[in-house]
Design a binder for this molecule. Structure first.
Ligand code: ATP
Length: 361
């Protein structure tokens, strides 16, 4: 069988980003050797806070173009507390990728992993399996770099919700619920907003209701964000796909990661109509960087999302099957009890976890 070759822009970034990406590349190498029908060629690109420190540029235009022209972007993490732009803001070229490439659908899957610690003692917590779909190009973040402080008296940031992006976001949410049905999904999409107070959210909800009519086999529900935060702790196993504005999604997805053991277990994908970036939900974790103890699980599960997306987009079923195999290998390695990451109270570092997954492959 002829292999479909995908070019992956690999952006390790800073801090533990580099460590988890190295582990992920080793695992993907093995997965490729054991598969046929698809292949990855890695184009390693330098970007982030350390590059900014060394050169004054966080991501060159050439690097951006190479990433934009790749089939997918696999990113570690970027930023460093002490390295900042002159205005005091953090170096975050990964946010520029989201805006410039129009990656409106921030996919944040949250799933209880075998053998890993759960924040809730309720036995139903082992059934937690939902996705927060965070709009990632507008909402409150539309004000990034544009907010104003007037005479040191008051400050303003403005939220933007557009019909165009919201329609595509909601269609993405309903299609995601449809595709999850085969993998144990509950065929429910919940719109999370604050439509009882803000016109922008009432508009957001109105568009959600309009789009829901095109997907009659999926249940469409609403939740106010405050009540939703409560239910994420009271009964998170009832959610399937949740779709929300950028800032709400930012906050709720960290809360949700806390339910399943923390940031080291939470993958993500930022998807647009043409491009997609896959990266762990966590940052560069300066407190543990360089020690070899970062948990690579979130990055490996992000690679699962990448292979699934490539397989669906290019109609290469073998790539989707490889995604399933990688996900099963991660579950088997964690569930075996033979390895336990540091952030789950264990003593196994980044390399040991990657080796355990490679053995299962
Ligand atoms: P950012 O703002 O860039 O998203 P952050 O400052 O919110 O980052 P992280 O860098 O994600 O924070 O780290 C938050 C905490 O989680 C830190 O204590 C860090 O050590 C821990 N952490 C994050 N990722 C991992 C990981 N892969 N393995 C183990 N611990 C992690």
């Amino acid at each position: 069988m002829k292999n479909t070759a995908f070019r992956i822009a690999l952006m390790p970034g800073d801090g533990i980003g580099v460590e988890v990406i190295d582990a992920c590349v080793a695992v993907l190498d093995t997965l490729q050797k054991k598969s046929s029908g698809w292949a990855l060629s890695m184009d390693r690109l330098d970007a982030g806070a350390q590059l900014y420190k060394a050169t004054g540029t966080a991501m060159s235009e050439e690097t951006f173009q190479r990433a934009a022209n790749a089939d997918a972007i696999l990113l570690g993490a970027m930023g460093w507390p002490e390295i900042r732009y002159p205005d005091g803001t953090e170096i975050a070229p990964q946010l520029d990728l989201r805006f410039r490439l129009g990656l409106y659908a921030g996919v944040r899957p949250i799933r209880a992993l075998p053998g890993m610690p759960l924040a809730l003692a309720d036995p139903r917590a082992k059934d937690i399996d939902f996705v927060i779909l965070r709009e990632s190009t507008e909402g409150m973040f539309a004000s990034r770099g544009r907010g104003e402080v007037i005479d040191d008296r008051e400050a303003r940031d403005t939220q933007v919700i557009t019909r165009d992006v919201s329609e595509r976001l909601f269609d993405f949410a309903f299609r995601l619920a449809e595709s999850r049905r085969g993998r144990g999904g509950k065929a429910i999409v919940t719109c999370v907003d604050k439509a009882n107070v803000f016109r922008s959210f009432a508009f957001f909800r109105k568009i959600f209701d309009e789009r829901a009519r095109a997907f009659p086999s999926i249940a469409a529900r609403h939740h106010y964000v405050d009540a939703c935060a409560l239910d994420l702790v009271r009964k998170p196993w009832e959610f399937d796909v949740m779709v929300t504005e950028n800032l709400f999604g930012d906050i709720l997805s960290d809360l949700a990661a806390g339910l399943i053991g923390g940031m080291g277990f939470a993958p993500s994908a930022d998807v647009g109509d043409k491009n997609a970036v896959f990266q762990p939900s966590h940052g560069t974790a300066p407190d543990i960087a360089g020690k070899g103890i970062a948990n690579p699980t979130a990055t490996l599960l992000s690679a699962v999302l990448m292979l699934r997306w490539l397989g669906e987009r290019h109609a290469v079923p073998a790539c989707g099957e490889a995604a399933d195999r990688l996900e099963q290998a991660v579950d088997a390695a964690l569930g075996s009890g033979s390895v336990r990451p540091y952030d789950a109270g264990g003593r196994d570092g980044t390399g040991a976890l990657a080796r355990a997954v490679i053995e299962r492959l």
